[in-house]
Design a protein around this ligand. Structure first.
Ligand code: FAD
Length: 232
């Protein structure tokens, strides 16, 4: 982690669902250039040996005002997300970044198959918004998992985007258990089975992401073809 650390100021905290919050930060010292899919590291003054480093994916593509938009879910008893939930506008948080290789392939002829669970949708949403914003949204399917219907992050936004763009398909699923995704397995088999070529990108906790990577490998994909961003 060689990126320099700087202070950022909390601009706003907004509840997106009952258990997720959008946090907007303004870097104070210098602007951050990043690619959709990347993340930043926050250094939080909590835990047994502070600072506690916690990674958060960027939810919005880079913008002229330079604000950084993050979204976190409230982990029960979680020190990092608990600390962030209690921040107020004007508070300051040290951060560094950007980091990560979970980014869109440079040239993309293939069907993009984005799969995320809950806050795992955050980097995927950033990619989709960047593509839609540049009018370069090619054939893309987003499989979105939520633990409950009230926790379906960006559900209205993705539904509206799918209605506007014939290239964009949105498949939402709800299941409490991270590994309980029979509907997802079926959808993946239909989209990527029988030698159909797609570019899979999966984000979320390991219990969700890893079995899906194994599924792609069973379908004939090379491990390296399946891009993964795991949170835990
Ligand atoms: C590259 C990367 C990008 C990330 N991006 C995001 C993001 O955009 N939004 C976000 O909410 N989190 C993200 N995370 C996870 C984040 O860094 C923290 O791990 C998370 O907020 C939990 O920290 P905590 O201290 O509150 O909980 P901890 O006390 O560390 O508890 C973690 C436990 O909570 C469970 N859990 C529930 N939800 C999550 C979650 N979202 N991430 C990790 N564990 C979880 C896990 O099973 C784990 O056992 C990312 C992690 C990585 C490595």
């Amino acid at each position: 982690m060689a990126e320099p650390t700087q202070l950022a100021e909390v601009v706003s905290l907004t509840a997106l669902t009952p258990h997720t919050t959008e946090l907007v930060l303004r870097p104070i010292e210098f602007p951050l250039a990043f690619q959709p899919g990347q993340w930043i590291s926050l250094q939080l003054p909590v835990g047994d040996h502070p600072p506690l480093n916690r990674a958060y994916s960027l939810a919005e593509p880079p913008s002229p005002h330079g604000h950084l938009t993050l979204v976190f879910d409230h982990v029960p008893g979680g020190k990092g997300s608990g600390y962030l939930s209690s921040r107020k506008p004007g508070d300051r948080i040290p951060l560094s970044g950007p980091y990560g290789h979970f980014i869109l392939p440079e040239t993309e002829a293939q069907h993009l198959l984005l799969i995320g669970r809950y806050s795992g949708l955050v980097p995927l949403r950033c990619m989709v918004r960047a593509l839609a914003g540049h009018n370069t949204l090619r054939k893309t399917t987003l499989i979105a998992h939520a633990p409950t219907t009230s926790e379906q992050l960006y559900h209205e936004e993705f539904t509206a985007l799918a209605a506007r763009h014939s290239h964009f398909h949105y498949l939402p699923f709800v299941s409490e258990a991270p590994e309980g995704h029979a509907g997802t397995v079926e959808a993946i088999k239909q989209l990527a089975g029988n030698g159909r070529r797609v570019t899979p990108m999966i984000a979320g906790i390991k219990a969700f992401a890893r079995p899906l990577r194994s599924l792609f490998m069973e379908l004939g994909f090379d491990r390296r073809e399946v891009k993964l961003e795991t949170y835990d």
